[in-house]
Design a protein around this ligand. Structure first.
Ligand code: ATP
Length: 264
């Protein structure tokens, strides 16, 4: 479903602030793969997602989604294939618009523009049903402004909006990191449900190693702009955080293990 072939990305090339963010990275995701991505600060995780989403062009390499070469496509064109949720609950939804209006916009993503903007009774029934699935009581608040929702409710809504047009690829960039632990757990289990129900191919960045092991069927670890490990389901199932740390320490040296964020 996603084929990343030998991509590289250097920021500010040939200057004193030059930074190689991705170096010759290849990654293939089969349909329905749910891959968790871990790595310390500056490892290249967000750059990988940004290159896939088209936020930044790659310097070299090729990116395919569902067999289509999208390497040269601008971000807005890729949006019909990709759903994305960011860390900041303020992103991804329009605060001044109602829940219903936000859902109407999301349901039209990737479709031809239409003159009809108002939702039909049938649309509203569908929105209520989808919102009920979040189990946050939002199904009775279609007309509430999104800005009134809590961070967790807003992230759950963003997740719903990112997935309602059934994207070929779902990108989750630390989407629960700004939430309190209980809310984060709730949004993560919703994530698992939605991904499983729609069999979505998913990349999820997390700084939490327990979550990286608990969710998804594959785990990749990035370091210095490269993929250090790609752990398949069978192996991942039997790993604990201490095993991951030992593997990373062996491959990358103790510098990595002292990275406090990786240990969170
Ligand atoms: N727009 C940019 N301009 C310049 N340098 C950048 C830019 N984006 C990322 N970088 C640099 O590229 C490297 C990789 O950054 P990236 O954000 O991909 O890391 P990360 O693994 O997501 O880290 P974190 O966990 O801290 O978010 C870092 O050294 C970062 O400073």
């Amino acid at each position: 479903m996603l084929r990343i072939e030998k991509i590289s990305k250097t920021f500010n090339p040939n200057t004193i602030t030059e930074k190689i963010a991705l170096s010759d990275v290849s990654l293939h995701l089969a349909p329905g793969d749910f891959v968790t991505v871990i790595g310390g600060n500056g490892a290249g995780k967000s750059t990988l997602m940004n290159c896939v989403a088209g936020t930044y062009p790659v310097d070299e390499g090729r990116i395919e989604i569902a067999g289509t070469d999208i390497t040269k496509w601008p971000e807005h064109r890729r949006a019909k294939y990709i759903g994305r949720v960011f860390q900041d609950p303020m992103m991804g939804t329009a605060a001044n618009m109602q829940i219903e209006e936000n859902l109407a916009i999301a349901s039209r993503r990737g479709k031809r523009p239409t003159l009809r903007w108002s939702s039909t009774a049938r649309d509203r029934d569908r929105y209520r049903e989808l919102l009920a699935g979040l189990r946050l009581g939002l199904e009775d608040r279609l007309e509430s402004k999104v800005g009134l929702l809590s961070g967790g409710q807003r992230q759950a809504l963003t997740l719903l909006m990112a997935t309602m047009a059934e994207p070929k690829l779902l990108l989750l960039d630390e989407h629960t990191a700004a939430l309190d632990p209980k809310t984060a757990e709730k949004v993560l289990s919703l994530t698992r449900e939605i991904v499983a129900r729609q069999r979505l191919t998913t990349l999820m960045i997390t700084h939490n190693m327990r979550d990286a092991l608990k969710f998804g069927n594959r785990l990749i670890m990035m370091y210095g702009g490269k993929i250090l490990f790609d752990i398949p389901e069978e192996k991942k199932k039997h790993l604990e955080v201490k095993d991951l740390l030992a593997m990373f320490e062996q491959a990358a040296g103790s510098e990595l293990v002292s990275d406090s964020l990786l240990l969170s």
